[in-house]
Design a protein around this ligand. Structure first.
Ligand code: GAR
Length: 193
C-alpha cells in the first residue's frame, strides 16, 4: 500500500516509516518550507510538496495514489471536508495517552500536570478532527514519568516509542489487519503480535 506522509517539523517519525522495508512511502507534504523532514524525503528519493493548501495537498496525494495518509507531526488541523475525502484512511501519531492532552503541546502539558504515566497514541482521524487528535485508537503504549522528568527527556523517550508504534500501526493497516467497530478498533487475531 502506498503511503502519503504529512509533516510540519523534524520528521523523525517520517524517517522511521522510510526505514521500514515493509512500508512504501510514496510522497511527503510539508506545510512548512523549513521542515527538516523535507531533507529526509529528498535523501530517500521521495517526491515532496510544500503547501499549506488542503486542495493542493489532496490533489498531490491522489496523484500518488496513496491508500493511507499518515500525519507524522503535522501540526495543522484538517477540515472535515479533507477528512471525509480520505475517510478512514488517515492515521495520526500523538505523544500522549489520548483522550488526555490533545493539541500541539501534549508533552509539556502532561509533565506540568504532574502525570505519573503518559505514552503514545496512534489513531485513525475521524471528521470530528475539528477537535485536534480525535478518532478511533489503533495502538497505545504507556510509559512511566518520574518527578525529576522534564518535557525534553520525556519527549526523547516518547519518540523511541513512536518510532516503533507508528510503523507497526501502518503495517497493520496496510495488511488489512484493522477493523473499525464504532469508536473501537479491532486488531484481527492473526495480526496480533
Ligand atoms: C511527534 O512527537 C508527534 O507525536 C507530534 O509531533 C512530533 C513530531 O516529531 N504530533 C503531535 O503533537 C500531533 N498533535 P517528528 O517531526 O520528529 O516526527
Amino acid at each position: 500500500m502506498r503511503v502519503g506522509v504529512l509533516i510540519s517539523g523534524t520528521g523523525s517519525n517520517l524517517q522511521a516509516l522510510i526505514d521500514d522495508d515493509a512500508i512504501d512511502v510514496a510522497c511527503v507534504v510539508s506545510d512548512r518550507a523549513q521542515a527538516g523532514g523535507l531533507e529526509r524525503a529528498s535523501r530517500a528519493g521521495i517526491e515532496s510538496l510544500v503547501t499549506a493548501d488542503e486542495a493542493e495537498t489532496a490533489a498531490f496525494l491522489d496523484r500518488h495514489e496513496v491508500g493511507l495518509v499518515v500525519l507524522a507531526g503535522y501540526m495543522r488541523i484538517l477540515s472535515a471536508e479533507f477528512v471525509r475525502r480520505f475517510s478512514g484512511r488517515i492515521m495520526n501519531v500523538h505523544p500522549s495517552l489520548l483522550p488526555a492532552f490533545p493539541g500541539a503541546h501534549a508533552v509539556a502539558d502532561a509533565v506540568e500536570h504532574g502525570v505519573r504515566v503518559t505514552g503514545v497514541t496512534v489513531h485513525l482521524v475521524d471528521d470530528g478532527h475539528v477537535a485536534a487528535d480525535s478518532g478511533p485508537i489503533v495502538l497505545q503504549e504507556a510509559m512511566a514519568v518520574s518527578y525529576d522528568d522534564r518535557a525534553e527527556n520525556v519527549t526523547e523517550r516518547l519518540h523511541e516509542i513512536e518510532h516503533r508504534l507508528l510503523p507497526r500501526a501502518v503495517r497493520l493497516f496496510s495488511a488489512g489487519g484493522i477493523e473499525v467497530v464504532g469508536r473501537r478498533v479491532r486488531v484481527r487475531d492473526e495480526h496480533l503480535a
